[in-house]
Ligand binder design. Structure first.
Ligand code: R5P
Length: 296
């Protein structure tokens, strides 16, 4: 078995290969002067089981297309099996036709991934709101892993919060709030959220009373930061002491991080599914563990 990372996840692929003492294969990836992509696999892959790691953050079209070129090339060069880890899976939020005529992007992207010969796919905290399981979308074997236990363990080790109440800012986040609370041995609650536009949300508490409590808000994605800011405002107005935020995919569009800090959040933690300024937690051990346990 060998590991190869696309250009969105080179460091992550390197860590996974190191943790499993596997060869890290290389690809030369560049652009032609007209903007088209060029890709060349530099290792022998014939009859190999190849683990491909490629996130789809920030420039999702670019990284998706690179993924398609990479896997199609690996298969064409005779790779025996391709197991893919797409730590941040873009386009999963467009899982429904909200207005007539809209593209079902989630479905289109999954079809493309299958069409190039991906044999099995792992994602991490993929947005699954209306889609309940990754097997509702993929016809190939698929599994959605969670980075929440890794994030919660990091929060515990840092020790900035005392007996925190874990908050999921919307109903979908209940699964992550539950996992984080179990890891920390504490209680959790979820808010209700209404989204009016990509950058406008309203959240409301259901039962949670944050008075005098330290709070850990958990979510899959921080994009504009609107969800976290609205939830933090409510928690602080209820009398929360300290608020930390942990998310798997710190997309952090525009000035989200500054706005979240300005809203009174003590600390914001993310993983390297989206490498950036708050990627304190690596998902490499999670990927390595699953390669060891389940990939044959
Ligand atoms: C959506 O429901 C997701 O779980 C996140 O809550 C959302 O993507 C966060 O987006 P934003 O930071 O723009 O509020």
């Amino acid at each position: 078995m060998i590991v190869i990372g696309g250009s969105s996840s080179e460091n992550l692929a390197n860590s996974v290969a190191n943790q499993l003492s596997l060869t890290l294969a290389k690809a030369e990836i560049k652009r032609f002067p007209d903007g088209e992509k060029y890709l060349r696999v530099l290792n022998e892959v014939k009859d190999e089981h190849v683990v491909v790691i490629q996130s789809m953050h920030h420039t999702p079209d670019d990284f998706l297309f690179e993924y398609l070129l990479l896997v199609d090339t690996l298969k064409d060069l005779g790779a025996k099996k391709v197991t893919s880890f797409i730590p941040y899976f873009a386009y999963a939020r467009q899982d429904e036709r909200f207005k007539p005529g809209e593209a079902l992007s989630f479905k289109t992207v999954s079809k493309l991934i299958e069409a190039v010969g991906t044999d099995e796919i792992y994602t991490i905290d993929m947005h699954q709101h209306r889609v309940l399981s990754s097997s509702d979308v993929f016809r190939i074997p698929s599994r959605n892993l969670s980075a929440m236990p890794l994030l919660a363990n990091y929060v515990r080790k840092e020790g900035k919060l005392r007996d925190p109440l874990v908050i999921g800012p919307d109903s979908e986040a209940e699964q992550w709030a539950k996992l984080a609370a179990e890891t920390l041995g504490t209680d959790y609650d979820v808010f209700e959220k209404k989204r009016f536009a990509a950058d406008k949300v309203e959240v409301r508490p259901k039962r949670a009373n944050a008075k005098g409590r330290d709070i850990l808000i958990v979510d899959d994605i921080i994009s504009t930061g609107g969800t976290i800011i609205e939830a933090s405002k409510i928690l602080l107005s209820q009398g929360a002491k300290h608020i930390e935020v942990a998310c798997t995919h710190p997309i952090l569009a525009t000035d989200a991080l500054n706005r979240i800090r300005a809203a009174g959040v003590l600390n914001v933690i993310g993983t390297d599914t989206v490498p950036g300024p708050i990627s304190y937690v690596s998902v490499a051990p999670l990927i390595a563990e699953h390669i060891k346990k389940t990939v044959s």
